[in-house]
Design a protein around this ligand. Sequence first.
Ligand SMILES: Nc1ncnc2c1ncn2[C@@H]1O[C@H](COP(=O)(O)OP(=O)(O)OP(=O)(O)O)[C@@H](O)[C@H]1O
Length: 390
Amino acid sequence: MTDELDVVARALATEGYQVREFLSYRRGGSGGRLVLRALDERSDEDVAIKCFRRGPNISRKHLAREVLYHRGLVHKHVVSFKRVFLTPYYLCIVMVYAPHGNLQQWLQRAGCFPEGLARALFQQMVCAVDFCHGKGVFNRDIKLENLLVTVESGAGGQHFKLQLCDFGFSKGRHDSTPKTLAGTWGYIAPEVVKSCYERRGYDGRAADIWSLGICLYRLLYGALPMVATPNRPKKRNWWVGAELNRLTQLIVEIPEVQEVVVEDGLQDISRVSDPCRLLLSRLLCADPRQRITLPELCRTPWFLTDYPADLVGYNERLARDYAADIRNRLDEYLQSEAELEGLVDAAVERVPAGWDQVGSPAIVGGSASNFTTYALPTRSTVQSPDARGV
Ligand SMILES: Nc1ncnc2c1ncn2[C@@H]1O[C@H](COP(=O)(O)OP(=O)(O)OP(=O)(O)O)[C@@H](O)[C@H]1O
């Protein structure tokens, strides 16, 4: 039996990519997928390549959306799409590589972030999501793992640049109204669960705003929110056992303080400001009709505090002045939408011969076959990022 990583590495080598590092593996009902870092021999640059196992197990609809929506989203806080190609066993999406892991990995190390840093990160996330919504794309899987980090150095020191990735669950304004349960537990809005059981549609825009609220909450408090259900014990996993008809009446508790366990085991406590807690309660409002909207959120004084100069009016400029220019550049530099649709069709067509000879990657216990082990920069190499967007 051949290790899947070896199969991928050989196939990518014939396309001019030398695999350097294994980043992620998901074996899903709709087909397995791997994400790898590879050296692009033509440009001598690192790229990230997301490889989907070919065959009818892939959801054509989801793959087409992931490829086509991502292609059209050119924004400094969305990871850049480069190209798609087929190998005998995989459809591969090549992206610009974000070198410093994802935000979940940083949170795991830090426990939680100070309010100012959490706000700076949140401003970038909101800018990206607002842009996607402006283009009519609702992500439906916003989470810290899908926010990639590049630590940049500038005149004022080092800071985090965040970029949104993974459009596998996204829906467009022209697609059917979202009805299915999509996203990641813990980040999914209550009405999404409710409407899935009731087979009614929900608003992808409001669902993304809830997920943004969960991201901000986790940056500040580390864990997922506690939810109060009248006359019931508190549940950290709010969806477990929650009654369907109460889902959109849940109340998310917003603690007054952040508690961080520091190295010597002592707890460090700092207060979260009232405006920040108020905003969180409006983001994590279980009733989507009462939830704050993105335009309202972008006007709140807390959100606008220390707002990065380069983000002021950025989305508006992209939408207005640069729209036609970017469209032309996309058509010039990227594969056409028709070509990408053709590649997706070919990818789902049939199971390639010989698949039964290929085993899952040997990644148990973190060892990724013969690729280097994934290593994030440590706190000592990257100090006090102030997270202003670049
Ligand atoms: N362009 C990139 N640069 C660096 N790392 C990346 C890049 N794209 C993805 N990754 C890494 O791979 C991980 C998985 O990526 P992605 O979410 O696209 O895959 P997935 O199989 O859809 O995962 P999931 O199902 O968990 O959402 C990310 O959390 C990130 O750590």
